[in-house]
Design a protein around this ligand. Sequence first.
Ligand code: NAP
Length: 242
Amino acid sequence: MKDKIAIVTGGSRGIGAAIVKRFAAAGAKVYFTYANSESAAAELAAETGASALRCRQGDPVAIAEAVDKIYSESGAIDVLVNNAGITRDGFMMTMPQSSWREVLDTNLDGAFAWTKCAAKKMYAKKSGSIIFVSSVSALVGVAGQANYAASKGALCALARACAAELGAKGIRANAICPGFIETDMTAKIPRDIAARQRERIALKRFGRPEEVAEAAFFLASGASSYITGQTLTIDGGLTGCA
Ligand code: NAP
């Protein structure tokens, strides 16, 4: 990863911030995006030497401009991690169309826009690695997450389609499916429900952002050079064990 150019969407907090730190520690030049957390983004940039860009997932024009800016500054894009994501949980039958739209726009449409623009730059170099941060919600039914599950399931499918389309040009695409990871996103889960979920996990604990970052690092690096079109689950045994 030394001197590779990497983009991490939603890098200001949580899993994205851990990925930024892991890539930067390995000597990559990292660009990361955020929507609102300006001071967290500035602190992370100062700590790691990464560059922070305010760029909303719902704005494909801004995303195209950001990719052009990064490419003209650095001359390459080697790695794209489509990490930015949100939840707007609620029962499907009463889910407002607006919360369906917001989750799909942020989690899926934004990832598509980043991937489309970054893949064109990778195409020129005939190499690259694209990672989609999906979720175990893509793999098992979770009540209250119709919008989120649909967006995350689509990301796994998008990873496979990109792998098929771009493989001949040396570009790999994979998805990772974290389970419960300790971030602001899971801090919203009521304590009793979190305790029940923890009991269902074989390792009896939530994961740490750094543990997901290691998987992203592996898929970004040459250590995974023959892996594409795959979905890697990082859930402490939540979905794989009876
Ligand atoms: P988080 O702590 O809530 O951080 C979300 C990140 O996404 C922040 O950097 C946020 O920027 C950015 N973001 C949100 N909306 C955005 C938008 N419209 N435009 C640009 N950036 C936006 O979440 P996390 O737990 O680290 O989750 C990261 C990814 O992992 C998500 O895709 C999530 O679905 C997935 N995931 C998480 C878990 C888990 O248990 N935590 C499990 C499975 C999958 P701001 O700071 O500016 O808001």
